[in-house]
Ligand binder design. Structure first.
Ligand SMILES: Nc1ncnc2c1ncn2[C@@H]1O[C@H](COP(=O)(O)OP(=O)(O)O)[C@@H](O)[C@H]1O
Ligand code: SF4
Ligand SMILES: [Mg+2]
Length: 348
C-alpha cells in the first residue's frame, strides 16, 4: 500500500452559527508505503495524528488530499460496491476495548455482523465460523452468548481482534491495541498478534505512543510529530542509531535491558507541550522543542523552511529523516554524544 501526501484536516467551528473558524491539521502531508507481510510501526506522542492516519487508511475517514494506492489501484476513487469489496481487505483493532464493543451485543452478534455485511459464512456455517474465530484468538467458543461486560480488558481486545479477522483481511491497523490493558497481559496480546500474522500472512500498521512497544514487533518504524513524519527507518537502524532529534528524545525514554547501560541512561526531556495542530509552528514543526537547534545556535532556517524527508549520507536503505542538519546528526557518532549535546559543556 502506498500512501502519498495524505492530508486530513478537521474543521474547528465557533459561534452560534457554527461557522468554520479554522482547521486542525491532524495529518498534513504524509507519505509512506506498507509492504506485504511486514509490520510498520507508527510512533509519536498523543495528538500527533497516528489514529487519523490509521482511520484514513481503512477508509473510516476521507482525506482532504493525497492518494492511497494498493498494487497501483487508487483506493480513494472507489465508490459503492467496489469500495465495499475492497474495504474488507483492511480492518482495524481499536485502542479502547471497552468503548469499541457494543454493550448490548453478545460476542456472537458482534462477530456475526461483519460476516453478514460481507456475505461470508452464510446459513449454518456461520456459527461454526464464529466458534473458529473465538478459538483463533484464544477464547472458549462456549462464551458466544456472553456480553462484553462479562469479559476482562484483555479478553475484550481478543474479541476486537476476532472481529477484525472475521472478514479475512490482508492489512490490520492495530491502534495502540495494548495501551489500555494491564501490563501483565500486554505481552499475551502482542504474542497473539504475532502468531496470527504468521498464520495468515497479515500485514500490520502498528500504532504506539512510545518506541518501547514497537521494538520487537515492527520491521520498520515511522516516527510522527504534529501531523508529519520526521523519520522512517528499519527497526534496527532506528533503535541503534536514531537520527532525528525527536526520535533521539523518544528513544532516550526507553529503558535498556543491560543493567549497567540502564544506570547510565540519560533522558532527553523535551521542553514544553506539543503545539496545537490548528496552528502548527512554521518551518520545521519541531523547532519550538528541538534541542539540536539550540545547540546549533538556533538557525533561522528551522523557523523559515520546512525540511523534506531526505536520506542520510551515506545513504542507508529505507532511512529518511526530515531535518536540515542530517550531516551534523550523522556525525554525532554515538548516543552518548547526543546526550552530551544536551548538557552545556561549560555551565559557567
Ligand atoms: N474527529 C475529529 N474532529 C476534530 N479533531 C480531531 C478529530 N479526530 C482527531 N482530531 C484531532 O486531530 C489531532 C490528531 O489526533 P489523533 O489522530 O487522534 O492523534 P494520535 O492518535 O496521534 O493521538 C488531535 O489534535 C485531535 O484532537
Ligand atoms: S530542522 Fe532544525 S528544528 Fe527541525 S529537527 Fe532539524 S535542527 Fe531541529
Ligand atoms: Mg490515537
Amino acid at each position: 500500500m502506498e500512501v502519498a501526501d495524505l492530508r486530513v484536516w478537521f474543521p474547528v467551528t465557533g459561534g452560534i452559527l457554527r461557522r468554520t473558524t479554522g482547521w486542525v491539521h491532524a495529518v498534513d502531508g504524509v507519505s509512506f508505503e506498507i509492504r506485504r507481510g511486514e509490520t510498520l510501526g507508527l510512533v509519536g506522542e498523543s495528538g500527533s495524528g497516528k489514529t487519523t492516519v490509521g482511520r484514513t487508511i481503512v477508509r473510516i475517514i476521507e482525506p482532504r488530499e493525497g492518494a492511497i494506492r494498493l498494487d497501483g489501484m487508487d483506493l480513494l476513487a472507489l465508490r459503492g460496491s467496489a469500495l465495499r469489496r475492497q474495504r474488507r481487505r483492511f480492518q482495524m483493532v481499536f485502542q479502547d476495548p471497552y468503548a469499541s464493543l457494543d454493550p448490548r451485543q453478545t460476542v456472537g452478534d458482534t462477530l456475526a455482523e461483519p460476516l453478514r455485511t460481507h456475505d461470508l459464512a452464510t446459513g449454518p456455517a456461520r456459527s461454526g465460523r464464529i466458534a473458529e474465530l473465538l478459538r483463533l484468538v484464544g477464547l472458549d467458543p462456549a462464551f458466544v452468548n456472553r456480553y462484553p461486560h462479562e469479559f476482562s480488558g484483555g479478553q475484550r481486545q481478543r474479541i476486537g481482534i476476532a472481529r477484525a479477522l472475521a472478514v479475512e483481511p490482508e492489512l490490520i491497523v492495530c491502534d495502540e491495541p495494548i495501551s489500555a490493558l494491564d501490563v501483565s497481559i500486554q505481552a499475551q496480546v502482542i504474542n497473539l498478534l504475532e502468531h496470527l500474522q504468521r498464520e495468515f500472512g497479515l500485514t500490520y500498521l502498528f500504532i504506539a505512543h512510545d518506541l518501547a512497544v514497537v521494538r520487537h514487533i515492527a520491521d520498520r518504524v515511522a516516527v510522527m510529530y504534529l501531523g508529519k513524519l520526521v523519520e522512517l527507518a528499519s527497526s534496527d537502524a532506528l533503535y541503534s542509531r536514531p537520527l532525528h532529534p525527536y526520535s533521539v528524545a523518544l528513544l532516550s525514554a526507553v529503558p535498556v535491558p543491560d543493567a549497567a547501560a540502564e544506570r547510565s541512561r540519560r533522558r532527553i526531556i523535551l521542553q514544553g507541550d506539543i503545539p496545537s495542530p490548528s496552528s502548527p509552528p512554521s518551518g520545521c514543526r519541531f523547532h519550538t522543542r528541538c534541542w539540536l537547534r539550540e545547540r546549533l545556535g538556533n538557525p533561522e532556517v528551522c523557523v523559515s523552511t520546512e525540511p523534506p524527508l531526505t536520506a542520510p549520507e551515506p545513504a542507508q536503505p529505507d532511512h529518511a529523516v526530515a531535518c536540515h542538519f542530517v550531516p551534523e546528526l550523522t556525525r554525532m557518532a554515538r548516543p552518548d554524544d547526543v546526550v552530551a549535546a544536551t548538557t552545556p559543556a561549560n555551565p559557567a
